[in-house]
Design a protein. Sequence first.
Length: 105
Amino acid sequence: MEVGRQKRPEIVIGPFGESLSLRDLPKNNMTRWVIRRKAEVVAAVNGGLLSLEEACSRYDLSLEEFLSWQETIYKSGLPGLRISYLSQYRTEHRARQDKLDPAES
């Protein structure tokens, strides 16, 4: 008997309020990441369905890539996961950084 180890949930709430199980998650050979799939993986990790390490391994993601999805959802919601939104956000962020740190440019 294992002590101190929590049982993993079988179902978590997905990004759109639906139930997500391991079967409902994107396939592990995903090459095209749309908003819904990214959000489902983040919800699975946040809900304990997958560990961060399992998600990165299963979907061949870097830690930075996953954490950027998670942070984007937190800051901007699901629309923030759009590639065009991320490009715009990064451009605006760099412009703000240049204004704050002109010596580093």
